[in-house]
Ligand binder design. Structure first.
Ligand SMILES: C[S@@+](CC[C@H](N)C(=O)[O-])C[C@H]1O[C@@H](n2cnc3c(N)ncnc32)[C@H](O)[C@@H]1O
Length: 247
């Protein structure tokens, strides 16, 4: 069963065969039971909040904390069963994509996403929205361009793979290109399901006009045969196969 289908409010390129959604859709629904009973003044910033306790503090001053920006730990946000309201400080990824973005041509890479204004390190950029599945949809599609894989090692040492396919349903996140010297990172975010969504956050300050990019594979895996055009000094010359490694 899929969760609610909403419209992503972003300006998208014409002529692309994709339905724009505000947040990922689940095919495997396993809803969370964690909920907090913080009142409005508590704002869900500290250890008195059950949701914050589930994954330790996520945000400070609206920015993702250092550990999580550096790939240590995932995010657990408050959800619609919590007593807090939407103004709580533990729901950054649910506020929708940053409005400081522009989708524009990135030359031979196709479309890309650019900063319309200075973006501070730790800011939430957007979700990588798509159809979420625990099944390996890479085996079922000949087009991997918009499929990301999130590998997570859980507390008990087991590993899980989550696949997000933004081919037919997606948001502005599907237009971010790869760079071998990225200014964004992907972080697993949970609030309404055991299976994570993926948040894209600014890994450093990003200046106006700069293209936003992340590493399509976070570990040193195989490279594809597609030449990488990121142009960075540390470019590995070919795109990764696209498996993103979480923590
Ligand atoms: C998720 S899409 C990114 C958005 C895409 N540029 C578009 O126009 O829809 C991934 C595809 O973008 C292109 N791409 C992304 N990063 C690239 C890079 N560093 N060098 C060359 N092509 C890149 C490749 O074709 C890749 O399969």
């Amino acid at each position: 069963m899929m969760s609610g289908l909403m419209i992503d409010p972003y300006d998208h390129p014409d002529g692309v065969d994709c339905v724009y959604i505000a947040t990922s859709m689940y095919h495997d629904d396993e809803v969370f039971t964690v909920t907090c009973d913080c009142d409005g003044d508590a704002q869900c910033t500290g250890s008195s909040c059950t949701c914050v306790c589930t994954s330790n503090v996520n945000y400070e001053e609206g920015k993702l904390v250092e550990d999580k920006l550096n790939g240590r730990g995932s995010v657990f946000e408050c959800n619609e069963t919590c007593r807090c309201d939407f103004s709580c400080k533990n729901r950054e990824s649910q506020k929708g994509p940053s409005r400081d973005l522009e989708i524009a041509s990135s030359g031979a890479k196709g479309y890309g996403v650019f900063a319309r204004r200075h973006i501070l390190r730790g800011s939430f950029i957007c979700e990588y929205a798509g159809e979420i599945s625990l099944q390996n949809i890479r085996d079922k599609t000949s087009d991997w361009r918009y499929v990301i894989t999130l590998n997570e090692t859980m507390a008990d040492g087991s590993t899980t793979n989550t696949f997000i396919d933004a081919t037919k349903f997606g948001n502005v996140g599907r237009y971010l290109n790869h760079s071998c010297d990225p200014n964004c990172v992907l972080v697993p975010v949970r609030y309404d399901n055991v299976t994570p969504k993926v948040g894209i956050f600014a890994a450093r300050d990003i200046v106006e006009g700069e293209e936003l990019c992340y590493v399509y594979a976070q570990h040193d895996g195989d490279l594809s045969d597609t030449p990488c055009l990121c142009g960075s000094d540390t470019c590995k010359k070919f795109l990764p196969l696209g498996c993103y490694k979480g923590s």
